[in-house]
Write a protein that binds this ligand. Structure first.
Ligand SMILES: *Cc1c(COP(=O)(O)O)cnc(C)c1O
Length: 461
């Protein structure tokens, strides 16, 4: 029955590259700053909204404000050479297709597909690569609904940036909820489905329900996860959008079906948890019986400070959420602008972790989502007179790798897993022979990408 509900008070207003001159808050900044935004956002995605502009960014602290760094493009995100190429085109008002061609060339040099996301993670369904499905770890399948391939705003460091600039042509996305169910049923090891994107919560509730509902009847599914930044970038989604109440009903239905509905909530900075809207969104979500687990990468200019993480984890626990992962920024996009050396990341993690209660020490990290798995840096011990990095898989393509300590040579400049070498002059890390075997199997069985082997028992299935 038609419900009487207060009309929505605040509508989402989105601002993209073409709107840069119409963002009122930017008018006070030098024209050179706006020009730099136009140059960089020709190459890297840009999207903010009225809530980010009005509630999250502290305009008195711009340009160093972390929320501003998080959402607005900056000149240093491109190399000097690349910047000059695009700058010249923007200044001469070159046609859009000319700017785009130059941008494409730069984008393809920014490692758009790190960690074997396409070659190794996309499984087969009926003998063909399954659109919109990624399956890397035995228990959990990732699903990318076509209509969830955008966000309420973009993070400048996003590792999925290629899909937002059209580089991926929605290669990752699927409209077929039925495919997902069939895939899951064919793979009994799968107990968890993670809807991600983009952000699945940009979808209207009725559409989201079409993806989620078929999963509720599948007994092996213990949890449905939603990878989302909506609670940080558009918390009104949960109390003010026209279909907000329906959305909460959908969450309740998942819980009533006996599944854990888990929000994998992306919070980069404590400010995102500090507005009245953010608190209200959290309360409403938790009131449905859903759980909220929080994760984010460690990013220079945004949150590379132990006190920021300490504050954030404390606030999460206070609101009833669960700190989950601290990630290392992936080796893609404007990584040179955001990256933090692994040794420094470990120090920040440990300093923050040492200052919070056990309730916040559910967090794990700092962790790299690398080709073989999620690798955490556990410490920097001295062994046999050598300073080393102690590492451990939190997740792995082969579950037998999980939890086995291994050691890399100390390297204060390394910012990613690929730069690390075995600590004691071994020729390779323990998992490398079997990883090579997995890669070879995928390359050699059938010449084309359309005939890649996938086995449920091998974790790269
Ligand atoms: C992190 C991740 C998951 C989920 O891992 P959990 O440790 O269970 O949260 C699943 N698939 C991929 C590809 C991932 O990167």
């Amino acid at each position: 029955m038609a419900e009487t509900r207060a009309p929505q008070t605040n509508k989402l207003r989105v601002f993209q590259r073409k709107d840069i001159d119409n963002i009122p808050q930017l008018a006070a900044l030098p024209a050179s700053e706006r020009e730099a935004m136009k140059v960089v956002s020709a190459v890297l995605p840009f999207r903010v909204n009225n809530y980010v502009l009005e509630e999250l960014i502290d305009w008195n602290r711009v340009p160093d404000d972390p929320m501003y760094r998080l959402t607005f493009p900056h000149r240093e995100m491109l190399s000097d050479d690349d910047y000059r190429i695009v700058e010249a085109l923007v200044r001469e008002d070159a046609p859009a297709n000319v700017v785009q061609a130059a941008a494409r060339e730069i984008q393809t040099r920014l490692n758009p597909h790190p960690a074997g996301q396409i070659e190794l993670n996309v499984p087969l369904l009926d003998g063909h690569p399954a659109r919109g499905i990624q399956h890397k770890y035995a228990e959990t399948v990732l699903f990318f609904p076509t209509q969830g391939q955008t966000c309420h705003a973009y993070c400048t460091y996003c590792f999925r940036w290629p899909q937002f600039v059209g580089l991926d042509d929605l290669k990752f996305a699927s409209k077929e909820a039925g495919d997902l169910v069939r895939y899951v049923e064919a793979h009994p090891s799968v107990t968890s489905v993670l809807l991600t994107g983009g952000d699945p919560l940009v979808m209207r509730t009725a559409l989201l329900r079409r993806y989620i509902e078929p999963l509720l009847a599948v007994p092996q599914i213990a949890s449905i996860r939603l990878g989302t930044k909506s609670m940080a970038y558009w918390p009104a989604r949960f109390f003010d959008d026209n279909d907000a109440d329906d959305l909460l009903r959908l969450f309740e239905d998942v819980v009533a079906a006996g599944k854990n509905l888990a929000f994998m909530a992306h919070y980069s900075h404590p400010r995102e948890l500090s507005t009245p809207a953010a608190e209200r969104a959290m309360q409403r979500i938790l009131s449905t019986g859903a759980t909220v687990r929080c994760q984010a990468p460690l990013i220079r200019h945004v949150n590379d400070d132990a006190s920021v993480w300490e504050t954030m984890w404390r606030r999460q626990v206070r609101l009833g959420a669960i700190p989950y992962y601290m990630f290392i920024e992936r080796d893609t996009g404007a990584r040179h602008y955001f990256e933090v050396p692994l040794v420094r990341a470990y120090e920040i993690f440990r300093d923050a972790y040492s200052r919070v209660s056990g309730l916040a020490r559910t967090v794990r990290g700092p962790s790299m989502s690398a080709l073989p798995g999620k690798v955490a840096i556990d410490g920097i011990p001295e062994i046999l007179g050598r300073k080393v990095l102690a590492l451990r898989f939190l997740q792995a393509r082969d579950p037998s790798w999980v939890g086995r300590p291994f050691f890399a040579r100390f390297d204060p400049r390394a910012t990613w897993f690929d730069a690390l070498r075995p600590a004691f002059d071994e020729p390779e890390f323990f998992f490398q022979p079997s990883l090579e075997r997995m890669k070879r199997a995928r390359r050699t069985t059938g010449a084309s990408k359309h005939r890649l082997p996938m086995h449920d028992d091998v974790a790269c299935a």
